[in-house]
Ligand binder design. Sequence first.
Ligand code: ADP
Ligand code: MG
Length: 625
Amino acid sequence: MNRIKQLSLHEAQKIAAGEVVERPGNVVKELIENSIDAGAKHITIFLEDGGRKLIKIVDDGFGMSALDARMSIKQYATSKINSIEDLNSLNTYGFRGEALSSIAAVSKLKLITKESESSCGILLEIIGSQIIQEKEYACNTGTEIIIEDLFFNVPARKKFLKSKETEYRAISHIFFSFCFSYPTIYFKLYSENRLIYNCPQAENLTKRLEQLFEKNLTQEIILINGKEERLKLICEGIITDTPYSRYDRSHIFIFVNKRWVKNSKLSQALIKGYQNILQPNKYPAGFLFITIDKSFVDINIHPRKEEVQFLHPKLVENIIELAVKKALENKMMLKINSNLKPSFNKDLSLTHSSNDLIISPIKEYQDNLNTIIPNYSKNFDVKDSGLEKKYNNPDLKPFDKILNESFPFKSIENAYNKPVEFNNLIKPKDLSVDFRLVGQLNQTYILIENELGLVLIDQHAAHERIIYEKIKNQFNTIPTIKLIFPILIELTQLDIELILPYLEIFTIFGLIIEQISPTQLTITQIPAFLNNKPINDTITQIISLLHNQEENVEKIRNLIIEKIHAQLSCTAAIKAGENLSAESMNEIVTSIYKCENKLTCPHGRPTIWQMSLEEIKKKFKRDYR
Ligand code: ADP
Ligand code: MG
């Protein structure tokens, strides 16, 4: 029996269309891209029923001739390439000639277009790929495309369209993404004949954000501007400062070579840059543009070009994370050091690129460099690097060499001191370590005087940060104490079952915990810094975390490590309400200023509050003569 038959061209086309067009949002994306490729300066979109009933897009681009208009809806019809070789030199969004033909195959489409050299335009009406009407049409130069009844002839796909609200939300995200990449294009979005977003031509991304978002976001922004010579990579854009946060990631947009990409690894890298600064489950807003040499990225792996593949994905992630981290640190320093008022902060971030990327020691970064340049670590003798004392982690030792070779500086110090033209590095004025102890306030705050004025330090938050970083840097060499009388912890059976698979994680921190009955654990070894401190709370905190988790094992492991780390630092740290000797206060002050993230405790609370002499003068009205 013969079972195989060839599908008609039209049926095959409808199936193939699904690759490019799955939802109204894809249609909107393809059409906006075509308008941008046509050099449009004004792009207006109209929607009805979340695009399910109608999508209309009007542009003032260069339009099409009558012949091109007829061609444009044919399969593989494109004006953008002639052969596959042209792909390398391509500077447009389109190139496959699939979008219009796919959309035309699964909708009722009207195409109205006129190029500037024609006196009259043309209107084509197409239903399921068939031109059913064609006539001359008086219109302005540019193109208008009306799509009605998407998937009217593919019920299987129509059934999978989501609610009006969901489709609308997806479209508005796509609309936003183009608004961000092209601030100089005038974009408008109408829904059910109501103007929802009106974005006249804007000078830059900052101004564009002001058109689209509330003040609470746009007042708290930081410019990012980083560079990595080796990959010819630029990472620039805007992130929000920590006073701003939200409970979802919907305001994180990452672009690669101006294309919005849905790559969760990249947004995770951005979020990671905020580690310990934002509360758990809180997310920033961020609009990052990665520009990378075409040979290091493949945009062609996804039929709708929504994903990209990097040749060195980890490296790109690290660069994003570091750029964000550095930008936040620099901003925090600036705030504290120059006693800036919030409104001034904003102006400053518009005019200065104070957040240029400074690469700092990270193991993966080094590993990645090693993969790109296999002889990296072999080229020098690790023991001679002199960094052995500086960093306890042996993996970090060769880093200064790598840094030297990745950037044209003579040494790490130079990287900070000398403004380097291509990268425009500005050294944030470091917090001074020279100080005089003034005393303790309310058994909670340490007061010191430094060259800038008066400083208040939260004794608990600061000590917490100091211990946190100490643990981090000494991971494997934490001094421990074996307990002659083990600590007994009573729990429910469920609690024990939950935590049992993760008990070995505690050993990283020098804690040895064993199960001795279905409802009992004992602690037989503790890290020295926890001597005489209540530890049980750390265990119960971890258990409550496990009760609320649905993540995968790897994620939970990392969460637990982070939680134990922060929790132990908190337990070990001196508390508010403790009287401190001058000696301990001096030690805390000196150590906190040496911390990598000196400005917040591991939970994100501030540690240091610098009051400048200027500020104090103003308070006493000494600034008026
Ligand atoms: P691609 O963009 O990959 O070339 P499309 O199917 O999206 O394929 O479009 C086919 C062709 O139609 C384009 O190459 C372009 O020449 C023309 N075209 C489509 N939309 C527009 C527009 N808004 N303005 C001018 N020309 C357009
Ligand atoms: Mg196209």
